[in-house]
Design a binder for this molecule. Structure first.
Ligand code: FEO
Length: 171
């Protein structure tokens, strides 16, 4: 059984993951409008990853006998000045998510909820990858942003990203 405090915190993170999916979908829309299909694909995969994250919280809350309560998802930004600005915003967002996950772990420890702490460790590790992924593209963009040929090549490369659901995901 989940404590009220943990249930509330997990539901808030479920909402935050749905917001992340919404944000990356908005970023995808920006790239689609610029006809940068590879970048748009990268954002589409990211949207699927965030949806999967949200569903992991949904399943965990339910399995622990808790109650999922969906809240309003705030509207994401819709305009950015460049591909680099988008990926810098994505990297900053992932750093924010990491801090949220760390705060959640602290709450689980305070509440002596070992099952929640164990569940959250997957996200602790996932955030290392999430930050590295967006920062990796930021670094590539800094190298090629002013060279049209380089942007073309990077768009092609990001177009190859595919969604791979983790083995332990039940959704
Ligand atoms: Fe669900 Fe990008 O962290």
């Amino acid at each position: 059984m989940l404590s009220e405090k943990i249930q509330k915190a997990l539901n808030e993170q479920l909402n935050a993951e749905l917001y992340s999916a919404y944000l990356y979908l908005s970023m995808r829309a920006w790239f689609e409008s610029k006809n940068l299909k590879g970048f748009a694909n990268w954002m589409n995969i990211q949207t699927q990853e965030e949806t999967m994250h949200a569903l992991k919280f949904f399943s965990f809350i339910t399995e622990r006998g808790g109650r999922v309560k969906l809240e309003q998802i705030k509207g994401p930004e819709t305009e950015w000045k460049s591909p680099l600005a988008i990926f810098e915003a994505g990297y900053k967002h992932e750093q924010y998510v990491t801090s949220r996950i760390n705060d959640l772990v602290n709450i689980a420890i305070e509440e002596k909820d070992h099952a929640t702490n164990s569940f959250l460790q997957w996200f602790v590790n996932e955030q290392v990858e999430e930050e590295a992924n967006s920062d990796g593209v930021v670094q590539q963009l800094k190298l090629v942003e002013s060279t049209p040929g380089g942007m073309f090549m990077l768009d092609k490369e990001l177009g190859r990203r595919v969604f791979t659901p983790p083995v332990q995901t039940k959704e």
